[in-house]
Design a protein around this ligand. Structure first.
Ligand SMILES: Cc1ncc(C[n+]2csc(CCO)c2C)c(N)n1
Length: 222
């Protein structure tokens, strides 16, 4: 069993809190309050700006030209495809690009992205991948599960989101990330594996906290 499969099994109750979160379920059933989705889109756009930097750091820490090229491609697709989806959604909700980029990061957005950037900057390539994996993997799983709900992929507001994260193309990216993680974990000492587990666990928890933050439209105290 690869290390990712081991963590998936071990952390299942915590992992499942993402797919079962009311924000995710209501998005899939088309009942999510549009204002909550609007809030999510703005914070997620800010999240992606920092997340993309993890891919740039991945290219720096890569141990082969092939891995370096893949991180460069991920940086490109995040900035120009995923963020383009957010910009298109924002336009539909009447949010200008300026408003999007000048919005303030919520406490959770800031904590989550800074945690990942700290792990990526100060740790090994494996630490960096442990930080970014729950984001990729959980969205892929969510996309696939939501796409099974009748009408979810065709929903006027949320269909595009479901189609993007359940696509084969996105699945290939997530699988690449999983394989890289397993390769990097192979042969590592227990202490290093424990560190990878902690990073993976914490970013899995941060994913749930991000859904909760969006559901409550939680910003800084006044
Ligand atoms: C809070 C939050 N977590 C995960 C993702 C998903 N995501 C972010 S970057 C990336 C890689 C490919 O572009 C993926 C799948 C998100 N958007 N927001």
């Amino acid at each position: 069993m690869g290390f990712s499969a081991h963590l998936y099994e071990k952390l299942q109750p915590i992992w499942r809190k993402n797919i079962t979160h009311p924000f995710v379920q209501e998005l899939g059933h088309g009942t999510l309050d549009v204002e909550k989705f609007r809030f999510y889109m703005i914070q997620d756009y800010l999240y992606l700006i920092d997340y993309a930097k993890l891919f740039a750091l991945g290219a720096i820490k890569a141990d082969s030209v092939e891995t370096m090229g893949k991180f460069a491609a991920l940086l490109d697709s995040t900035m120009n495809e995923e963020m383009a989806l957010h910009r298109a959604y924002a336009a539909r909700f009447g949010i200008s690009l300026e408003e999007l980029e000048q919005a303030e990061r919520s406490p959770i957005t800031l904590a989550y992205t800074h945690y990942m950037l700290h792990a990526a900057q100060n740790g090994s390539l494996a630490d960096l991948v442990a930080a970014l994996l729950p984001c990729m993997w959980s969205y892929w799983e969510i996309g696939k599960e939501l796409s099974q709900i009748p009408g979810a992929s065709e929903h006027a507001y949320y269909g595009e989101w479901v189609r993007m994260y359940s696509s084969e193309e996105f699945g290939d990216l997530a699988r690449w990330c999983l394989d890289l993680f397993d390769q990097l974990a192979e042969g590592k000492q227990q202490a290093e594996l424990d560190k990878l587990e902690t990073i993976f666990l914490n970013t899995t928890r941060y994913e749930t906290m991000f859904w909760e933050m969006a559901y409550r439209k939680e910003l800084w105290p006044a």
